[in-house]
Design a protein around this ligand. Structure first.
Ligand SMILES: [Zn+2]
Length: 431
């Protein structure tokens, strides 16, 4: 046995095999020096699944499966030997020098602190939030290993560690089911029906967002405290297909349910808007909002599509003390029409409304992607946003135009103000 094998043996023995099996939803009872339970790999009513912690081994007399903690990880997580050894190493505390064959993690890889099986395997009742967070964390953990998702984000200029971590971006790669206890087990059946009810699974049992970049829509439980899990609720999931060769008619954009709940980036946006003199940027798509955020414009949120201003977003726009909204919808007919309608509604609420102008056919993301310096291109576009009151009400005076005050040229955008109110919107910009 060489040093490497000895090291692996030590990890296998130090691993909490019992804990891992229990975390997968298997109920065990003591039988002499061993533990017995119903096998998670085949259907049975009399326990033939045995764990021997002293030896670090498990075995099923019914289906013949068995082995060490490494075999357990390979089977339950559907991964290869190398990955299983790396996963095991993560699970064994303070193991000394790193294992030579451990795969190097990509520089931007995302930490996944818990063994995924534990997320769904807990025997206690899980709330919808527990389960949704488990889904978000699972997808998040799969992102860095997915070439197709990474390539997509790179093409969009969004492969950015801070962005990925802040918004818990993920990738649905069909592996979710492998983290859930077997459906023959009570726990497995419970979790599956819960996931179906929440829309994560379809009636058919397939993952709804399969093949998609997944962006959770997170609600803030505590205003201002947005950074950690537990204070944010998962209100929904948005999926953007990134795989190619899809059947014609397959939608590129998916949401978990039809509801348009929550305000994307709400707490950060509000704080940043306050620092930016009350200005909020409103996009029509999540990827556009992520683009602005990534390039330093954090006072940004998004509708869920060009007709997607739901009740939560409307309340946010009109009741949180904002002074002006820059509508950054696509530069096309649908974007223009929706922007005009929204502008008149917002103006009636007393808000100043501006329209971000991009060359015909562009959206925020495509404009940033084609620019050599996206930050500067976006800043210039924002500085050139036009006041909508004039265009909207040209020629037909009504109460809105009568009361509206045409601001001085260039006075609207924080990035053009000289009084220092523009710290946040210009965050990270070269001075
Ligand atoms: Zn078995």
């Amino acid at each position: 046995m060489d040093g490497r094998e000895a090291q692996l043996e030590q990890w296998k023995r130090s691993a909490d095999l019992l804990g891992m099996v229990r975390a997968h939803g298997v109920q065990l009872s003591l039988a002499g020096a061993d533990w017995l339970g119903l096998c998670p790999f085949h259907a049975e009513s009399t326990p033939s699944f045995r764990v021997t912690p002293r030896k670090g081994l498990w075995h099923c007399f019914g289906c013949g499966k068995g082995g060490s903690a490494v075999d357990w990880l390979m089977l339950t997580r559907n991964i290869g030997l190398r990955e299983a050894v790396a996963a095991l190493r993560e699970l064994v505390p303070s193991v000394g020098p790193s294992f030579p064959s451990r795969q190097p993690s990509p520089p931007d890889s995302i930490d996944v602190s818990a063994l995924p099986a534990m997320r769904f395997g807990a025997p206690r009742e899980s709330t919808d939030q527990d389960v949704l967070w488990a889904v978000v964390e699972h997808y998040n953990g799969r992102l860095s290993g997915s070439d197709v998702a990474r390539a997509y984000l790179e093409r969009r200029g969004l492969w950015d560690r801070e962005l990925i971590q802040t918004f818990c971006l993920g990738f649905a790669d069909r592996t979710l089911g492998l983290e859930i206890p077997d459906k023959q087990l009570r726990r497995g059946a419970e979790v599956r029906s819960q996931l179906q009810r929440l829309g994560v699974y379809r009636e058919s049992g397939h993952e709804h967002l399969c093949g998609s970049l997944v962006v959770p829509i997170l609600g803030d439980r505590v205003p201002g405290a947005w950074a950690c899990r537990g204070q944010r609720e998962v209100l929904g999931l948005y999926g953007r297909k990134v795989t190619t060769g899809l059947r014609a008619g397959t939608p590129n954009h998916l949401y978990l349910s039809g509801q348009m709940r929550g305000v994307f980036n709400g707490a950060i946006a509000l704080e940043a808007a306050r620092q930016a003199g009350g200005t909020l940027i409103l996009c029509e798509a999540i990827l556009d909002a992520l683009t602005l955020w990534r390039w330093g414009f954090r006072n940004v949120t998004t509708a869920y599509g060009v007709r997607g201003v739901g009740a939560d977003l409307w309340r946010f726009l009109t009741e949180s003390g904002l002074l002006r909204v820059v509508i950054a919808y696509d530069a096309d007919e649908a974007g223009d029409t929706a922007a005009s309608e929204l502008a008149s509604r917002l103006a009636l609420e007393g808000l100043e409304v501006l329209r971000l102008r991009l060359p015909e056919g562009h959206d925020v993301n495509s404009w940033a992607v084609r620019s050599k310096d996206p930050r500067q291109a976006l800043e210039e576009a924002l500085a050139g946003a036009v006041w909508m009151g004039e265009r909207l009400y040209e020629g037909k005076e009504d109460s809105v135009t009568k009361n509206a005050v045409r601001p001085e040229e260039g006075a609207l955008l924080p990035s053009r103000r000289a009084d220092g109110d523009n710290v946040q919107i210009r965050k990270g910009l070269p001075s």
